[in-house]
Design a binder for this molecule. Sequence first.
Ligand code: XLS
Ligand code: NI
Ligand code: NI
Length: 452
Amino acid sequence: MFFNEVGKVKYEGADSENPYAYKYYNPEEYIGGKAMKEHLRFAVAYWHTFDADGKDPFGDGTMSRSWNRLTQPLDKAKARAEAAFEFFEKLGVPYFCFHDVDIVQEGDTLRETFLYLDKMASFLKEMMETSGVKLLWNTANMFTHPRYVHGAATSCNADVYAHAAAKVKKGLEIAKELGAENYVFWGGREGYETLLNTNMKLELDHLAAFYRKAVDYAEEIGFDGQFLIEPKPKEPTKHQYDFDAATSIAFLETYGLKDHFKLNLEANHATLAGHTFEHELRVAALHDVLGSIDANQGDLLLGWDTDEFPTDLYSAVLAMYEILKAGGFKTGGINFDAKARRASFADEDLFLGHIAGMDTYAVGLKVAYRLLEDKALERMIDERYKSYTKGIGLEIAEGRTDLKKLAAYALENDHIENRSGRQENLKATVNRYLLNVLRESPARKEKQQWNM
Ligand code: XLS
Ligand code: NI
Ligand code: NI
């Protein structure tokens, strides 16, 4: 046992003051004919939770995890996996996600790395079978090691390209063995620092060909999980090729890969790209590529990928609204690509962070569901566009006009009237739904009077 202080985390309702209980996430509660746990499909990110030690560019690690103290690579990896599964089970999450290097460190040679990975894959498989916890996605880390200094699939060095391909091949075999529901590509180093030394066309062609090889190999070995690309505009490179949803979609279309990929959208990456999270979700949904999400939140005052646990209820409502409107998750889910702050170094903070995030998304789900059920926003949106339901608007909508016809109409119609967009009222509507969901929790018992 690694987490002696914490037992099984249960739903106790909104008036519970137990920090190790869910206040809103009630896995078995039905919302629109589906249990909350099936809507949300929560996953724990191995890297932030079990590998990270709180290091930042200015300071050393602050988190000393007992499971990371052994020195022999496989012993350490196994202890870490045991801690991970104890954590998953106590938290009651159905899924987890990892990079190859998260489950076991690299060996001295690629051959040794693969040996370690094979051993750990079998070890994880057993733990998954006994616990029932499943793999939402895995991925290959092609950004930390110095060999990726110029990129992986977009590296100027063919040996690096081949090395990265070998890691993806192994990653897909592990994905198949562990029954991963998705396989992720996040191109941390797939971008450039300066155009002065960059052949952009060649790099993009290489990246697309690399993805194509992954699709082909998955088919060959019978891995039928969903491929996901995770957009991010920058960091660590100055300009990443998978900049945002729209850029990634254009890339997939250009290279004929769109049938094989969906997107894994991360809240903090959206804001780094200058978008809201809901914008990214909407763009993906419009193109039928909304796959999965990395739930976290950034700090708009800092402007880098701070990966905080999501606690902003309003933002979770808007995110869940887009997800539900798009029909909910299929193979995807909500992965907490989030880390406890450097100063929140206690092991228990790992629980507290996840509980906060899960409750936030549970509220988001409830509120979003009701907004949609009541058509609270949709009715106003329909009303806003109603000029296209009759007269010249209907003709435009049905494609029965041309510039001559429109000009003739406009010449007779100098009196144009616009209507208010009512943004303030809509925001107040979202607030009202949010407050209603929160208010329905049992009233707080009277406390001792304040001494005034
Ligand atoms: C980094 C990314 C990364 C991916 C997986 O910013 O979010 O953690 O989710 O490689
Ligand atoms: Ni991520
Ligand atoms: Ni990120």
